[in-house]
Design a protein around this ligand. Structure first.
Ligand code: B12
Length: 207
């Protein structure tokens, strides 16, 4: 797993894909492979923050991870159709276009039997609210990876309150730099440190 993270950090696409195949052949659960990739992406982000990588390298890392997810998605979704566990609205908040993590959450939720309404990226608060009203979903999942988009998460929570549906809708937030303090700031109900935790939270809400 460390080798996968390292190969991703070094942007060695061929090696990443070969290691993923090897891990799958050895029966490593795909969720664990995703976590290793997360680690690699964090290291890419750190190199970017340190001025050693540039936007082109960020973009390339995203392309590599997308190829990995193309391979893992069908396994994570697991084919067998279950009854709907419930509806979950997902989106990356306004001002933010990072979507790889959100897409992983979407895949795992679908795999767990949830109906996912994915609103995409750069989603304004009103869109989350109108979709929640339209579909009756009990969960809104917000993704944000930029610290300057935290206030936008708070805007969504406030918009849900203003629309008078705060008691019917639980709001879950996630994204690499998000933590419990951000949750408090935004007024969201839950913070998920990763996609697996997100699925667990959604299950607990619908139970
Ligand atoms: C790839 C990447 C990009 C790609 C994104 C491509 C894409 N389609 O998503 C591109 C090149 C477009 C990009 C652009 C920018 N980026 Co960028 N990017 C990254 C990088 C390297 C990886 C992100 C990623 O995909 N990680 C892998 C996924 C799987 O992890 P994840 O998103 O955290 O998701 C997991 C969990 O957090 C969780 N999760 C995520 N969302 C949700 C939601 C819910 C509901 C739940 C339950 C769980 C959950 O589940 C996932 C799986 O476990 C990060 C570094 C990092 N540390 O994350 C920087 C990073 C996020 N970017 C950064 C910056 C600064 C930018 C730019 C502003 C750069 C610039 N100067 O233009 C722009 C902003 C563009 C915009 N307006 O959004 C900074 C943000 C700093 C900050 N805290 O504000 C980071 C941290 C890099 C750094 N260290 O400086 N970026």
């Amino acid at each position: 797993m460390e080798e996968i993270a390292k190969a991703l950090r070094d942007l060695d696409e061929k090696k990443v894909l070969a290691l993923v195949e090897e891990a799958l052949a050895n029966g490593i659960p795909p969720v664990q492979i995703v976590e290793a990739c997360n680690q690699g992406m964090t290291e890419v982000g750190d190199l970017f923050a340190a001025g050693k990588y540039f936007i082109s390298q960020l973009l390339f890392s995203a392309e590599i991870l997308k190829s990995v997810m193309n391979r893992l998605d069908p396994i994570l979704e697991n084919g067998e159709k279950k009854d709907s566990e419930g509806k979950v609205i997902l989106g990356t908040v306004k001002g933010d276009i990072h979507d790889i993590g959100k897409n992983i959450v979407s895949t795992l939720l679908r795999g767990a039997g949830f109906e996912v309404i994915d609103l995409g990226v750069d989603v304004p608060a009103e869109r989350f609210v109108s979709k929640a009203k339209e579909t009756g979903a009990k969960v809104i999942g917000l993704s944000a990876l930029l610290n300057f988009t935290y206030p936008e998460m708070k805007n969504v929570v406030d918009a849900v309150s203003s629309a008078g549906i705060r008691n019917e809708v639980r709001i879950v937030i996630g994204g690499a730099p998000v933590n419990e303090q951000v949750r408090e700031f935004t007024g969201a109900d839950f913070y998920a440190e990763d996609a697996v935790a997100g699925v667990r939270i959604c299950k607990s809400i619908y139970r």
